[in-house]
Ligand binder design. Structure first.
Ligand code: ADP
Ligand code: ZN
Ligand code: ZN
Length: 740
């Protein structure tokens, strides 16, 4: 037996793997993740390394291969756990061990600890005035500038003094000798300084009965040593975050650490500040805006135990906490938890495995749980907790109205604002309240729908909307069905049939025109691309600098706007007709979350959903805010169509520059997939061209396979991968697997 070993554990060293022989006496004890001692390099100095893979064979000559000396005894390190997790990901998602390790291990960035220097004013106000006067008289310009700055703030970061005030080190030293300024130095951990300045000690509200019951039950189970997954299903604003914080406090007290996963767009300053107020310096944060150095610092704080709570997006699930006790995954239904890079992992599944490996618990939280999670909660795999009421006294659930856009068209109104929405907007603007206009663009692709009956043109075989290509041809991305774009609605014969799509920019213009007295702000990818842009727009709106905020799904997350009394959802159908089996679920989630933004604080909230499909169950249920009813209908649909979670779905995407070779590869793959489909009960759909068929002159095709039994799909995946590696086209066609 042989073991592949990395000596220097980090993301970068994954490319340098060394093979060693496992002596017979150690064979039983060595497995992936174990730390071992090995002779290394020319001098055979003994070093420590980690086993990342085992193999029966070696390509090295016997005399070249060294032997593992000993197993490093002692506690299982967090590195061992992470390597174990990588191994699980490799198998579960079908990536290489290298890719998995690179995903799991931190990027090492050796950086000098930066020191933060401050200039502090030691003078009393009267002395300061006198000193300014003296400096002015003697024409000590630099000194005068600094002293005047001290009037605004008695502590000034050195960097600002140097930059903005144009002071030299010599000038500062001279002033220090005179006793006009004092220098203060302290170590800082990058990324946290701005937060530290704002942190105010704050204990949260007293939990209400519902909240307390969850905390009590969870902590009792936790203390008994029960682990596993819990789902907190609580309506928007029901106080889930307060529950998390109470539970976190309990887990920290047991000397264990906590990872809090939050979708990136909800990772706002406001959210982080809430945790920081409660847990102070024990909180660490990572997000995609951090530099590699800042990120590394935060992970080091976690590894050394200096931090006890890590807040971050999906990759934070790999935080190297040595004593992980709990993972919390807020908004667990969010699509952002799925990685699009290999290994294409879902953070929910990885979190469950990580928790299992570490002896930790997992808490999922959502106002609109994913079908996967809710079905597991109902079946008893997960522990289900519920929060049925809004937490803040006096705040109530918003009233929701559906505006039928077909009726609007009949009445001759072709504007983007239905009559009910326009009236409500006028009323709320008159009262000085704020409005959010929400354009649901997720999953948006050029589909065709009828403006008279509201139906989108669908694939006859797949029950998903057909996608419009170059304005002339309709294509099904699931089965490859094609049809010319119709000139009349196939359902009702109306000629009012057209591609659907209006941008946020357009809405902003139209809103400004329709309500000239209102100040309109827009938030979408274009306006938030610069660093901090996201935060800036939300803060400006929260400060009341605009009356109307127009935005994409970004605006529904992570910010409380007490003055927002009206939420208008302009085109609920947009996400309904995307060619994705999850589109009804996404629509329901987005509508419910958006509705949750209205009337958070005392004032009555109102939500108007504009749609061409007022009878579609995702819209009807969202308007009634009835998750259970939605869940039932959607589950029935998924069972009927054998979509997840009723079944598992494996997709193979092949890509290559040569269309003919690609077609051949797909033919082969279909054959391998169906080889014993009678025995395994696998249903294949397709092959079809991928949603975007050609990217950078690379063509892409996709094949789907459905099967209840995940293990069978894994076997098929491995078979296709192995045969693909030996095929004539190997090397010219790339295969990518995805499991849902
Ligand atoms: P969720 O995470 O479920 O959306 P939050 O925890 O953000 O809910 O709570 C929504 C609002 O209600 C917040 O402003 C929070 O401070 C407040 N809140 C939560 N619990 C209570 C409580 N027990 N009493 C008063 N206010 C509360
Ligand atoms: Zn029609
Ligand atoms: Zn189809």
């Amino acid at each position: 037996m042989y073991a592949n070993i990395i000596v220097d554990i980090s993301h970068e060293s994954v490319d340098r793997i060394f093979q060693y022989r496992i002596p017979q006496r150690l064979e039983e004890k060595i497995h992936v993740g174990v730390q071992v001692r090995i002779p290394f390099g020319v001098g055979n100095r003994i070093r420590k390394g980690y086993v990342v893979e085992l193999s029966e064979e070696t390509s090295l000559a016997q005399e070249q291969i060294k032997e593992i000396q000993e197993i490093e005894e002692g506690a299982v390190t967090v590195e061992s756990q992470l390597i174990g997790l990588a191994r699980w990901m490799k198998e579960y998602y079908g990536s290489t061990m290298n890719q998995a390790l690179k995903t799991v291990l931190p990027v090492r960035q050796k950086v000098r600890q930066r020191q933060m220097r401050w200039l502090v004013c030691p003078l009393a106000p009267k002395e300061l005035d006198a000193a300014i006067e003296e400096a002015a008289r003697k024409k000590y310009r630099a000194r005068e500038r600094l002293l005047r700055a001290f009037c605004q703030s008695p502590r000034i970061p050195w960097a600002i003094a140097e930059g903005q005030l144009n002071l030299s080190a010599a000038a500062v030293r001279a002033m220090e000798e005179k006793g006009i300024v004092r220098l203060e130095t302290r170590q800082i951990v990058r990324g946290m300084d701005s937060l530290r300045e704002q942190a105010v000690s704050h204990s949260g509200p007293v939990l209400n009965g519902e909240q307390q019951a969850i905390v009590r039950d969870f902590t009792e189970r936790y203390d008994r040593g029960e682990r596993g997954t819990s789902l907190i299903y609580g309506i928007t604003g029901s106080g889930k975050t307060e529950v998390y914080m109470e539970i976190i406090a309990h887990v920290l007290q047991a000397c264990r650490q906590v990872i809090v996963l939050v979708p990136e767009i909800a990772l706002t300053y406001q959210t982080v500040l809430r945790f920081y107020r409660r847990f102070g310096d024990r909180v660490s944060v990572i997000n995609s805006r951090l530099s590699a150095g800042e990120r590394y610092d935060q992970l080091e704080r976690a590894r050394t135990g200096e931090a006890g709570v890590m807040i971050g997006p999906r990759s934070a699930v790999f935080t190297p906490f040595p004593r992980l006790g709990l993972i919390i995954m807020d908004e667990e239904h969010e699509g952002a938890y799925k990685s699009e890079l290999s290994p294409r992992y879902h953070a929910r599944e990885v979190a469950a495995e990580r928790a299992r490996l570490s002896g930790a618990s997992l808490i999922l939280g959502s106002a609109t749980p994913s079908l996967e999670s809710y079905s597991r909660a109902l079946s008893g795999d997960y522990h289900l907790y519920r929060l049925r009421n809004r937490a803040k006294p006096g705040s109530s659930v918003a009233r929701v109205t559906v505006a039928d856009l077909r009726e609007e068209l009949k009445a001759g109104n072709r504007s983007v604002f239905s009559r009910p929405l326009r009236e409500a907007m006028e009323e709320q603007l008159g009262l000085g309240h704020q409005i959010m206009l929400f354009l649901n663009r997720r999953g948006y692709s050029g589909f065709v729908s009828c403006r008279s009956c509201g139906k989108a043109v669908k694939c006859p075989h797949c029950d998903v909307a057909l996608t419009l290509h170059r304005g002339e041809r309709l294509v099904c991305h699931y089965c490859g069905y094609r049809a010319p774009a119709p000139v009349r609605c196939p359902s009702c014969g109306s000629p009012y049939i057209a591609g659907f799509g209006t941008g946020t920019q357009k809405i902003e213009e139209l809103a400004a025109k329709a309500f000239p007295q209102a100040r309109v702000l827009r938030m979408d990818l274009d306006t938030t691309s610069k660093k901090g842009g996201h935060q800036e727009i939300l803060s400006a709106f929260a400060r009341g600098e605009a009356d109307i905020l127009v935005g994409t799904q970004m605006i529904v997350k992570g910010h409380d706007f007490p003055n927002v009394t009206l939420v208008g959802i302009l085109a609920a159908d947009m996400s309904l007709n995307s060619s994705d089996f999850r589109c009804a679920e996404r629509t329901f989630q987005l509508l419910t979350q958006a509705a949750g933004r209205a009337g958070r604080d005392g004032a009555k909230g109102e939500v108007i959903i504009q749609t061409y499909n007022p009878d579609h169950y995702s819209i009807v249920c969202a308007a009634r805010q009835d998750y259970e009813a939605f869940y039932e209908q959607e589950t029935a649909f998924r069972s009927l169509m054998r979509y997840p979670p009723a079944s598992r779905l494996l997709s193979v995407m092949v890509s290559g520059a040569d269309e003919k070779v690609l077609a051949q590869a797909m033919t082969d793959i279909c054959r391998w997939a169906e080889e014993d489909s009678s025995a395994t009960g696998v249903e294949t759909i397709g092959p079809a061209d991928a949603q975007i068929y050609k990217v950078n002159d690379i063509y892409r095709k996709i094949l789907y396979m459905k099967q209840e039994n995940y293990d069978i799909l894994i076997k098929i995946r491995n078979r296709i991968e192995m045969r693909g590696g030996q095929a004539r086209w190997s090397g010219r066609v790339m295969m990518q697997f995805d499991l849902a």
